[in-house]
Design a protein around this ligand. Sequence first.
Ligand SMILES: [Fe+2]
Length: 270
Amino acid sequence: MTYCARTDPGLCSEEVYTRETPYPDGMLLDMHVHSCHSIDSMTDIGAIVRTWQKRRILSLVCDHDSIEGSRRVYGEIRRYEPDIPLLLAEEITTEEGEIIGAFLTEEIPPGLSAAETLDRIQDQGAVSIVPHPFCTFRSTAIRREVLQECIGRIDVVEGYNARSPVPEENEMAQAYARGCSKPVSVGSDAHIPVELGRTYARLPPFEGPKDFVRAVSAAEIVFQKTHPAVHSVSRMVKSAKRAVGDEQSSIRPRRRAALPEWPGIVKTLL
Ligand SMILES: [Fe+2]
């Protein structure tokens, strides 16, 4: 695995990859992205599709407890390029912390134990990824003793999370993965459009979920840490959705909305 420092420091570079197709020659994949189907994200489907159109960077869309965002993104992309694999994914809230399922065929409900969630992922022939395993900032990171119990059944450890505020926690994840001989993934954990296209893996060609794990272990990493201020935006989006409701995230309003629709409040600040 190779680490690459990007030379373009801008938030949203206009750099365009000119290759006709990212597949089967290989794939640029941001392995952790949220869409508006997550309670704390306001990134619309079109923004994720445009990142692929302009930059040839695909997104593993893993919304909190929903595969609908990934279904919509890949439905759109595959209309233009049917050879792109259908990468349905979800960041599943287990009783013991979050686990990402990739190459899913069906949504997995939240609230199961980590072991039951891994059973469901395996039953679908899908791939399990543990996101931000040593992050102390997020209360949703998997519990360490549970990670230790389950590591034999986990396919990939996220070693580069652009939203992790403490760099040492990413380094711990990389060292842990090395110690367990697990491949390391890289994700922006993007919740707002400006985070898209800054962090990704350059994967060699692969065929199906199991071969994907092999491809991740051979990937080249392009990583840019995100400014911690983005967490405030996510919290604001979450509060706004809870206050006024949001159909895409299946959030009912907490009270009769006295506020204008949340996108109007939030978008003006971005
Ligand atoms: Fe996430």
